[in-house]
Ligand binder design. Structure first.
Ligand code: AMP
Ligand code: MG
Length: 334
């Protein structure tokens, strides 16, 4: 039997367990996702759900892979960045399994894991990556031993911004797919704040202006929700395209990777594919099952690190809620 890794994702809404072999073939993936009844993610409530459900997720992943926990050779977990109380659950479960089973443990940076599973699944060597999700908005590429950050949001993450706007418009979480559907029904562009500062983006002004449009007395007279959804997407994704294109021109990478939950958006895919073509770069979107938060990406990145540097000592497995991906070197790419 091949060597197997069990990867645990626990940075935010998703507690996920993936089982894969050391060549990266995935045997199972189970996601348990916290969906807020109202408002955003409350760390205490997310933590509560993960604490209640983690054992079931592990058991289901083992059953789906048709193996016993004794067949696992390595435990990987999301160590950074994320919500502290939620990261702690994954770290605690991983340490416990590692110690009971007497197998090595590896802590993984969640953002690096999104890129590594993308490189693997899309057969890319050295892409410029656009990682867009509920909690992150990052343009990055490998340079000088690290995944350097070329551009990022200064305030709200793109997914969070769209979800919050959608909630204001009376749509249920997650709002991203619903806004995409409405936006398809309009091509009436209403000017909204387009804020790119250097290589970074700011979404709070755009969000506030879009919300004002909903509250304005012109709403449903001069324009409707489809028009606001369309204008919001065009503006937000235009900003992402500008920063991604500038990073592409600077780094001269020949591949572009789109990942994170917002990568599902067809209009965003279209825009990023367009700029990739303009720069003769191959464009790829991570298959959606692996574009959102998942344990398989954590497992795969854990395997990469374990093969080059071995496991972590327990004292090195402390969670790092604020760690940026450009703070760590990537030994398997040196
Ligand atoms: P993640 O944080 O990676 O799990 O991704 C979740 C985020 O992706 C949420 O903010 C969703 O609203 C967003 N999302 C999912 N599908 C779409 C879509 N088709 N268009 C825009 N955003 C989306
Ligand atoms: Mg993520």
């Amino acid at each position: 039997m091949k060597k197997l890794c069990l990867g645990i994702e626990s940075t935010a809404h998703t507690f996920s367990v993936g089982i894969l072999d050391f060549d990266g073939d995935i045997y199972s993936l189970i996601n348990d996702i916290y969906i807020p009844e109202e408002g955003g993610l409350h760390p205490g409530l997310v933590r509560e759900q993960h604490l209640t459900n983690f054992m079931g997720a592990i058991e289901n992943a083992l059953n789906e892979a048709k193996i016993s926990i004794k067949n696992i050779n390595l435990i990987a977990f999301s160590q950074s960045p994320g919500l502290g109380p939620v990261l702690k659950i994954g770290a605690w479960v991983a340490r416990m399994l590692s110690q009971i089973l007497e197998i090595p443990i590896v802590g993984v940076n969640h953002c690096v894991a999104h890129i590594e599973i993308g490189r693997k699944m899309c057969n890319l060597t050295d892409p410029l990556s656009l990682y867009v999700s509920g909690g992150n908005t990052i343009v990055s590429a490998f340079e000088s031993e690290r995944y350097q950050i070329f551009g990022e949001t200064l305030d709200l993450a793109i997914g969070n911004m769209i979800d919050t706007f959608a909630r204001d418009a009376g749509l249920q979480h997650p709002g991203g797919p619903k806004i995409e559907k409405l936006a398809r029904k309009s091509n009436n562009y209403i000017p909204l704040p387009y804020i790119v500062k250097g290589m970074d983006l700011s979404y709070s002004g755009l969000y506030t202006a879009a919300r004002y449009l909903l509250e304005s007395e012109d709403f449903s007279k001069k324009y409707n929700l489809n028009d606001v959804a369309f204008s919001l997407q065009e503006t937000a994704f235009g900003m992402l395209s500008e920063v991604t294109e500038r990073a592409l021109a600077h780094t001269e990478k020949k591949e572009v990777l789109l990942t994170g939950g917002v990568a599902a958006n067809k209009r965003l895919q279209q825009m990023i594919e367009y700029i990739s073509k303009e720069h003769d770069a191959k464009f790829a979107v991570v298959p959606l099952k692996y574009a959102g938060d998942n344990g398989a990406m954590i497992g795969w990145t854990g395997i990469l690190r374990y093969k080059t540097e071995g496991g972590h000592n327990i004292s090195e497995t402390i969670i790092k809620p604020k760690e940026r991906m450009d703070q760590i070197t990537i030994p398997w790419r040196l």
